[in-house]
Design a protein around this ligand. Structure first.
Ligand code: SF4
Ligand code: SF4
Length: 413
């Protein structure tokens, strides 16, 4: 018997309303996921709205899925608010722009909006609030490993329960972005770079994610893994069809199953590693009870391209030989951000986002022509957080491997 909460995995091949509604209902009923809902309760859905981008790009939680979950909550008598803190300003104007671009909102002049999921073909509107409370709160969390004091988005205090609704994607720093990593969106957008600076080492940063999950304790986690993202994730990779909806009451077993679906495991995902070290998460997918799918192998996606594995390989045991082997592999995967000049539009987003102030904009020929500007990275200041890669709107900031890393990546793909 597993010590971890079961995970439900239900196949769902399209974003068609009827198929999603059926698959989501099945996934949630397998884990009794909505048993916490009481009439009159206010439920907050912490979606992944990392940036304002069309749902087709597979960066953000899909609006039709959100709509189906909202309907289920409304049918049980709850009210619903959807929110997130994207990268960038945490202001009404900026975040409403994100809602709009993520197809969550038809802006009306006087209100933050009624959720009108577009393109689901039902013509049915439901009344759900998109978060319009941009207050910021202080927290003390002495039990935390990394984040003992922090600030967070105050709208989460106004709800009775939180549902975390993430998207399955690769992530340059953490290996994978899914349920655990999604809680970083509880930190106001402009403060996120500061936390990267406070916790530049991967393990410390992964502990920030685990701390946030333990602090907010969402009652339910759902993953949009119908279309995920491979390669240069979490915002500039390629869409990849996975064809699943997953849910669980805890994030660690859920992320372990998601990692397995895309060919990763404990050592490839920093958040899974630290959760396991803290006794919160499993060491392998074999420890997780998966409901709804006779064989996980049937749902796995072969040859899923990773963002990076530079931090993922260590050899167990403290012998000198293993230490040297680990250092050698780490050197092979010594990645760095590198701008592709022909794709850069000189927008300065990377310059504005860089927490280490390692980027300056210099004159140079970019996609817009010879009078453009290009980012120049001071390698001595760079902490390799890959925020610049995450928030580049056109995917021009790449994760660069050295020659040996490229060879090893080719071998494993
Ligand atoms: S240059 Fe990019 S990777 Fe380096 S510190 Fe700045 S944002 Fe992070
Ligand atoms: S690399 Fe990306 S974020 Fe930076 S200036 Fe160029 S287009 Fe903008």
């Amino acid at each position: 018997m597993s010590d971890f909460m079961p995970v439900s995995l239900v196949k769902c091949e399209t974003y068609e309303y009827d198929e999603i509604r059926k698959a989501l209902c099945e996934s949630l009923s397998l884990i009794d996921g909505l048993s916490f809902v009481k009439p009159g309760m206010k439920v907050g859905i912490k979606a992944n709205l990392v940036t304002g981008i069309s749902p087709d790009k597979a960066v953000t939680t899909h609006p039709v899925l959100l709509k189906c979950l909202c309907e289920l909550l409304l049918e049980k008598g709850a009210s619903v608010v959807i929110g997130d803190s994207p990268g960038g300003l945490y202001t009404p104007a900026f975040v409403r722009g994100v809602y709009k671009n993520c197809a969550l909102l038809e802006l009306e002049s006087t209100s933050a909006g009624v959720f009108k999921s577009q393109g689901d073909g039902t013509g049915k509107e439901i009344s759900v609030t998109l978060n319009d409370d941009f207050s910021i709160k202080d927290a003390e969390f002495p039990e935390a490993v990394s984040l003992k004091s922090f600030i967070y988005t105050g709208w989460l205090d106004g709800v009775d329960a939180i549902i975390n609704f993430s998207k399955l994607k690769t992530h340059a720093m953490m290996g994978m972005s899914c349920a655990v990593k999604n809680m970083f969106g509880t930190i106001p957008g402009t403060t996120k770079p500061e936390y990267h600076m406070r916790f530049p080492e991967e393990k410390a940063f992964a502990n920030v994610m685990v701390d946030l999950n333990e602090f907010f304790k969402p009652v339910l986690y759902v993953v949009d893994a119908i279309d995920g993202m491979e390669g240069n994730g979490p915002t500039a990779g390629e869409k990849r069809h996975i064809g699943s909806i997953l849910s669980s009451k805890k994030p660690y077993a859920l992320d372990m199953v998601c990692a397995d679906l895309i060919g990763m495991g404990l050592k490839d995902v920093q958040t899974l590693l630290v959760a396991n070290e803290r006794g919160l998460g499993p060491a392998s997918v074999e420890e997780v009870e998966v409901l709804g799918q006779a064989s996980l192998a049937d749902a796995r996606v072969p040859d899923f391209k990773r963002a990076t594995i530079h931090q993922s390989i260590t050899f167990e045991g403290g012998s000198l030989f293993n230490t040297i082997k680990s250092m050698g592999v780490k050197a092979a995967y010594n990645t760095k951000p590198l701008v592709k000049k022909t794709e850069c539009i000189g927008c300065k987003k990377c310059f504005e986002t860089c927490p280490a102030k390692a980027i300056t904009m210099v004159p140079g020929k970019n996609k817009t022509g010879s009078k453009g500007q290009l980012p120049s990275i001071d390698r001595s200041k760079c902490i390799k957080c890959f925020c610049c890669q995450e928030f580049c709107p056109v995917g021009a900031m790449k994760v660069h491997y050295n020659l040996l890393g490229r060879l090893l990546n080719n071998l494993q793909s």
